[in-house]
Ligand binder design. Structure first.
Ligand SMILES: NC(=O)c1ccc[n+]([C@@H]2O[C@H](COP(=O)([O-])OP(=O)(O)OC[C@H]3O[C@@H](n4cnc5c(N)ncnc54)[C@H](OP(=O)(O)O)[C@@H]3O)[C@@H](O)[C@H]2O)c1
Length: 504
């Protein structure tokens, strides 16, 4: 079993929302399963005075704490608090002394993981201060305690700012010490895409432009902006979701088989795919290949909800997109001519993330005159969340006289096949970072490659006339203009089986 012993996790932003909702619950789970043993967690922040007060605050805010209070209280003994301001040198000096003191008392050797769960403008200053007070040494020497950093998203707001951020980190830490988190890569279902493709002989021979007509990658959210308008107004749907999480889904779906399972072998193949994304030649092409949307008022799950522009902290005339759809092409031998249809939106009809592969129809439409029930397309649907699993849709003869064909489905569901809860993405990622395995973290060149396409699109949107927002109702499937992203040939396939965006 992978297990981490005697390490220290220093959590900048320990008093924040991400820590309470994701990081501390993930650490609690790892501790309960004895995957972290004899470890120290030191949270840093300003709004709390003492360790006792911090532990009490966590007990109130962390939902899993109250479910098993005695175990939680035992775990809470691993947590300490250091009051400090990231902008103040003296506070880093006192953090260094406090860390040494706590580690000595617990007989820890000083292996340290620094987690930056704070606004990105603080990433550079933290790294510099850590280095200058002697807490971070550039490079990894096997004989000495290791030091690593985890950086939260967003990693820049365009290629240039991502490169500047990288430079500011690389002065004090080598690339092998930097773990850029994209929590989608920590999801079991995303990792299973690799197993599904490369551990089986069944599908990979079909995984190319000879057999695949198009690929749909969808991340639909039913929630709105959830109190994060200040950040979202500047980011929008493309930067928030497509440039990072969806590009990772695209890379794992489309990459070539790696030469091994080590971190660089996998990331080398992912980066090749990301670099192969064809860049639109000009704004007019961007206009044809992408659709922006913003939700107006509507109804989600039977409840009336307000439009984006009415959300707190959103400008009354905001042009921030809450929906984005795009038709991409990968200029590789394997994928030449296969459209990758990507969409993401907030306040859509239902929550769901999936990759749907539509296979080509048979060379001869032998059953053309046959009565067909349902969408009898050959479709492979990989459900990333919720209801995690994979289903294969195909046509089968209905029992009885004559030849009538219905769509049927073969299903794999995680819950039914494995008698085990699916671990949260942050659990896996925190464990891997503590173990020193960067496979599921984004390398610097991958980040640069994802911004190439995003930058071209955002620059074009800035010069194109803005769409009339809002252009979709909350609770719908997004703007109708997105349907036009399907190439005309896709609308009529297998005789009478059209397939637009998959609904689920
Ligand atoms: N929340 C999420 O679901 C989520 C998801 C993905 C990524 N992220 C990213 O994670 C990061 C943190 O997000 P969040 O939602 O947790 O933010 P948040 O709730 O606003 O928390 C911000 C944290 O930063 C600390 N902080 C700010 N300035 C500081 C300073 N000068 N000195 C010391 N501590 C300082 C705050 O501590 P004090 O107030 O105690 O000083 C607080 O712990 C952001 O980069 C965000 O984009 C968040």
């Amino acid at each position: 079993m992978d297990r981490v012993e005697k390490a220290t996790l220093v959590l900048f932003g320990g008093t924040g929302d991400l820590a309470a909702r994701k990081l501390i619950p993930a650490l609690f789970s790892l501790w309960k399963h004895r995957q972290i043993v004899d470890c120290l967690i030191v949270a840093v922040g300003r709004r709390v005075e003492s360790t006792e007060q911090f532990r009490e605050m966590l007990t109130q805010r962390v939902s899993v704490a109250k479910k098993d209070l005695p175990t939680w209280n035992e775990f809470a003994r691993c947590i300490e608090f250091h009051r400090g301001d990231i902008q103040t040198r003296a506070d880093f000096e006192s953090l260094r002394d406090h860390l040494n003191e706590m580690e000595n008392a617990r007989q820890l050797p000083g292996h340290r993981l620094f987690y930056y769960a704070v606004t990105p403008s603080l990433f550079g200053p933290i790294t510099q201060q850590l280095s200058e007070v002697g807490l971070l040494r550039r490079g990894l020497e096997p004989a000495q305690p290791w030091q690593r950093i985890i950086v939260e998203k967003p990693f820049g707001h365009d290629a240039e700012s991502a490169a500047t951020l990288d430079e500011s980190l690389h002065v004090y830490a080598s690339e092998r010490q930097i773990y850029r988190i994209d929590h989608y890569l920590g999801k079991e279902t995303v990792q299973n895409l690799l197993a599904f493709r490369f551990a089986n002989g069944l599908f990979e021979p079909l995984w190319n432009n000879n057999y695949i007509e198009h690929v749909q990658i969808s991340v639909a959210e039913a929630v709105g902006v959830e109190g994060r308008a200040e950040y979202y107004e500047k980011a929008g749907a493309l930067r928030d979701m497509m440039q990072n999480h969806m590009m990772q889904l695209l890379a794992v779906t489309a990459m070539e088989p790696p030469i091994g399972l080590d971190a660089d072998a996998i990331r080398d193949e992912k980066v090749k795919i990301l670099r192969s994304i064809r860049l639109p030649a000009n704004p007019a092409e961007v206009d044809i290949l992408t659709v922006r949307g913003q939700y107006g008022p509507g109804e989600v799950d039977g409840q009336g909800v307000i439009g984006y522009r009415d959300e707190p902290d959103v400008a009354a005339e905001s042009t921030t997109p809450t929906y984005v759809a795009a038709r991409l092409f990968l200029d590789t031998w394997r994928w030449a001519g296969v459209p990758f249809l990507m969409r993401h939106g907030k306040r859509l009809a239902k929550r769901g993330t999936e990759v749907a592969i539509k296979f080509r129809t048979p060379a001869l439409a032998l059953f053309r005159g046959t009565q067909v029930f349902g969408n009898c397309t050959n479709l492979l649907v990989i459900r990333i969340q919720p209801n995690e699993g994979i289903s294969l849709h195909f046509g089968a003869k209905r029992p009885g006289a004559g030849m009538r064909i219905s769509t049927v489905q073969m299903d794999f569901e995680y819950q039914k096949s494995f008698d085990k809860e699916i671990p949260e993405a942050y659990e896996r990622l925190l464990l891997d970072a503590l173990l020193g395995d960067p496979t599921l973290f984004t390398r610097s060149d991958e980040v640069a490659a994802t911004w190439r396409w995003a930058d071209v699109v955002i620059d074009a949107w800035n010069v194109l006339p803005p769409p009339t927002f809002p252009n979709y109702s909350a609770g719908s499937w997004g703007p109708s203009a997105a349907e036009a992203l399907f190439p005309a040939g896709d609308q009529v396939s297998a005789g009478s089986c059209p397939l637009g965006w998959r609904r689920w």
